[in-house]
Design a protein around this ligand. Structure first.
Ligand code: 13P
Ligand code: SF4
Length: 336
């Protein structure tokens, strides 16, 4: 049974970020969510870093590129975005006539937050002859200041698609940027931002784990720092990492990215062992605190009451759409 004080919860929505309504523990949320999907012609798009229950009710689970592509092509009336704010913004920008709801408006991203629009504008002005490639983990304001958006699965192809003498600013992730400089040999100006989750892995603990598990392969997301990437047997986006574990013959992996991805890895390869790469201290810092703000209850509530809804300035949406479209065009050209 749902608390009837819905009006009060809606009033507090902007401060709380979600509808704070009690949900009866007796309610079968999996069943209710399926009913709401049909009733409202809704699609649930979820990122791999979402908790397992959310992944299990999703219509599509993917990395940032896959999620953007799905959001652009969906014919559903309502997109329920189980991820973080910049991902829901991208969905709205690509399909502005759809209603986009999200479980918690406050699910942000430390990497996106590391590049405030006004500071990025000033930074860009220092390099007037540079083209701006921004990682999708940034605000709509930063996207609007960019020429091309990229994700971890298409970044290398996008950099390589530009003429060799083109000067480039890469923002906001310095680790992905440094990795791309190494892979492409291009000298890019980097914005000094990073993800709080991917910078927490302990090189020392991973090295010890590798000694204890000599047959385990280390697989890492390119948002990790260089010493971890240097040690990795495979580097890729979340989808890249998952696909690698499906095709590779090894039976054990140390996974240096957010722990949510382990759910799909384990489902796809139940016979294999997946060890989350350990953080520097004994915290659960390899769980993204932003991604994990979303819960199955909040997901159910946002579908039922269609709030919080992501609303954006139409002018900003038009400006931010161009560099995302450029990314999708280049990705399509390379079959990504
Ligand atoms: P991908 O899923 O695109 O690899 O991105 C990872 C990430 O950190 C999303 O916040
Ligand atoms: Fe942002 Fe890092 Fe969380 Fe991804 S894992 S949403 S990059 S803070």
């Amino acid at each position: 049974m749902v608390d009837i004080n819905i009006a009060a919860a809606k009033e507090k929505l902007s401060t709380k970020g979600f509808l704070d309504i009690d949900v009866s523990p007796e309610l079968d949320l999996f069943l209710e969510i399926e009913k709401l999907k049909k009733e409202k012609n809704a699609i649930i798009l979820a990122h791999y870093y979402q908790e397992a229950d959310i992944q299990d009710v999703a219509d599509y689970i993917g990395d940032s590129l896959g999620l953007a592509q799905q959001a652009e092509k969906t014919t559903a009336d309502m997109i329920v975005f189980a991820g973080v704010h910049f991902m829901a913004e991208t969905a709205k920008i690509l399909n502005p006539d759809k209603k986009v709801v999200l479980p918690d408006l406050k699910a942000g991203c430390s990497l996106a937050d590391s590049a405030p629009g006004h500071l990025f504008q000033a930074f860009k002005e220092r390099y007037p002859d540079h083209l701006v490639i921004s990682y999708i983990n940034c605000s709509a304001e930063v996207k609007a200041l960019s020429d091309i958006i990229c994700t971890s699965s298409n970044a290398q192809k996008i950099v390589e698609s530009l003429p060799a003498d083109q000067k480039i600013i890469f923002a906001p992730d310095r680790n992905l940027g440094a990795y791309l400089i190494k892979k492409t040999g291009r000298d890019m100006v980097l914005w000094d931002g990073a993800c709080m989750v991917h910078e927490i892995f302990s090189l020392e603990k991973i090295t010890k784990l590798k000694i204890r598990h000599p047959n385990a392969k280390l697989i890492a997301h390119p948002e990790c720092e260089e010493p971890i990437l240097r040690l990795a047997d495979y580097i890729g986006s979340t989808t890249g990492l998952l696909n690698f574990t499906k095709k590779d013959p090894s039976m054990e992996y140390i996974v240096a990215t957010e722990t949510g991805i382990l759910h799909q890895m384990q489902l796809s390869s139940p016979q294999k062992t997946f060890i989350p790469a350990p953080p520097t201290n004994n915290c659960a810092c390899n769980d993204c605190p932003h991604m994990k703000l979303n819960t199955l209850e909040k997901l159910y509530l946002c579908m039922k009451y269609e709030q919080p809804e992501l609303l954006m300035d139409p002018t900003l949406m038009v400006a931010a759409r161009k560099p995302i479209e450029r990314m999708l065009e280049i990705s399509a050209k390379y079959g990504l």
